[in-house]
Design a protein around this ligand. Structure first.
Ligand code: DQA
Length: 156
């Protein structure tokens, strides 16, 4: 009998990421969020990961999802907070509060863009940061968080 427990990982996409596929395609590509999420759920299944996905344009819903992750036995979080990256002390505090390992991901290379995108309220407390790899960055983030929660590699 296979007694191995599936690990639960939460993928959070923040503000404006519901517009993937339509929004500035020269930066974010033509794949929709729905296509991206279903692809990642399938990638997760291949490694016994239950990937739960959510997107919200509301900062408080993201904070509440991070809080709920604790009760729901989520072992790791992948987050692209969108523009909340550069503004949200509330999301930072939520991660500090729950102490769940997380990887921050950005589709674009934020460092080659406007200077206000060079600041993140999350990067210094994240277990990993993936920037500028396009949508492939989400697959890298999934591999990274899986390794972190399996204690294979950890920077903390
Ligand atoms: C982004 C970069 C942010 O600066 C921007 O506000 C986004 C998307 C990215 O994935 O490249 O909405 O997080």
């Amino acid at each position: 009998m296979n007694q191995e427990k599936h690990k639960k990982i939460l993928l959070i996409n923040g503000v404006n990421l519901n517009l993937l596929g339509m929004r500035e395609p020269e930066i974010y590509g033509s794949t929709t969020l729905k296509m991206l999420e279903s692809h990642l759920v399938e990638c997760g299944k291949a490694c016994d990961i239950d990937l739960i996905t959510m997107q919200s344009n509301r900062e408080y819903e993201i904070v509440e999802a991070i809080h709920a992750a604790k009760q729901n036995n989520i072992e790791g979080i992948i987050i692209n907070p969108g523009a909340f990256t550069h503004t949200s002390i509330a999301i930072r505090d939520a991660f500090l509060g729950v102490e769940i390992p997380f990887v921050e991901i950005h589709i674009s290379n934020v460092f080659s863009r406007e200077s206000f995108r060079h600041t993140s309220y999350l990067s210094d407390i994240a277990n990993g940061v993936i920037v500028g790899c396009g949508l492939y960055g989400y697959e890298l983030a999934l591999l990274n968080i899986t390794n972190i929660i399996s204690n294979k590699y950890s920077n903390k």
